[in-house]
Design a protein around this ligand. Structure first.
Ligand code: BTN
Length: 278
């Protein structure tokens, strides 16, 4: 473990990304086959992907960075993005769905991400809606962004952050025991490029299943990977808290939480804390 940890912080051997290196051997049909923008450092790959989307880049455009100065997480949090520590990737999608449907894509991305990590001998679980955990610690997260009007969305940005080589002492003390990295939990050293290629393939697969089959197909896979369903949870809502048992997923991906007094609540957006240590 000691050797593993020290090799994580020594990143000399980790090469920078290039569009060519990502495309080499990439087995997708369209995702990542066009424009891939790679940056040494950027404010946020999501912000850059949005700029590009507004400028009209096609679906499947990818933005990648070695580090982010303003990496963003869900609920206005910061996403720790040290140079070479992780994968900071954003994808431009143009699904032509209504703004109210966009939340479904977070489930698509979570399932794709979980299946990706399984390819590296890791057993991930998903905490509702889309935190990827290994051994109860967060290893990856997803941030969706869109510009909503009244009709179908022009684009959706799917931002994915994965801790790959990040050593836990690079995280703020407050979250250090809640996070982990691929190269701590994988059974062999993993190159970020390898993960990206599988991730793009899985993302393309699950996105197409969502568009051409049904959202229920995605939810079925999500349920198999969930560590939230059946658990006692505390849900932090915008101005209150709710405690109960996470009983089910609704057809739109909302979490159905039953309070002890019996009332069933439908949670569309919120932050879930598991009450029992995992
Ligand atoms: C979360 O809070 O779990 C979501 C984290 C998402 C982080 C990724 S890193 C790439 C993309 N750019 C950002 O600024 N955020 C997302």
């Amino acid at each position: 473990m000691c050797n593993r940890q020290s090799s994580i912080v020594n990143r000399q051997s980790y090469s920078s990304f290039s569009a060519e290196s990502i495309k080499e051997g990439l087995r997708t049909r369209w995702l990542g086959k066009g424009l891939i923008r790679c940056y040494e450092t950027i404010d946020s790959t999501n912000i850059e992907a949005k700029r590009l989307a507004h400028a009209g880049v096609p679906e499947g455009t990818i933005v990648l960075a070695e580090s982010q100065s303003k990496g963003r997480g869900r609920m206005e949090r910061t996403w720790v993005s040290p140079r070479g520590g992780g994968i900071y990737l954003s994808v431009v999608l143009r699904p032509g769905i209504l703004p109210g449907e966009v939340q479904k894509l977070t489930f698509v991305a979570a399932v794709a991400l979980a299946f990706t990590l399984r390819r590296f001998g890791i057993a991930p679980q998903i905490k509702w809606p889309n935190d990827i955990l290994v051994n109860g610690k967060k290893v990856a997260g997803i941030l969706m962004e869109l510009t909503a009007g009244t009709g179908p969305v022009d684009f959706v940005i799917v931002g994915i952050g994965i801790n790959v080589n990040t050593s836990t002492d690079e995280f703020p003390l407050s979250i250090r025991n809640l996070v982990t990295s691929i190269n701590i939990v994988a059974d062999r050293p993993v190159q970020r490029r390898e993960i990206i290629k599988i991730l793009l393939l899985q993302l393309e697969l699950w996105y197409e299943r969502f568009l051409t089959e049904s959202f229920e197909t995605v939810l079925e896979a999500w349920r198999q990977l969930s560590n939230t369903l059946g658990e006692r949870v505390m849900v932090i809502l915008s101005n209150t808290k709710l405690e109960g048992v996470a009983e089910a997923l609704d057809a739109d991906g909302s979490l159905m939480v039953r309070e002890d007094k019996g009332k069933l609540h439908k949670v569309i957006v919120g932050d879930v804390v598991h009450c029992r240590p995992l």
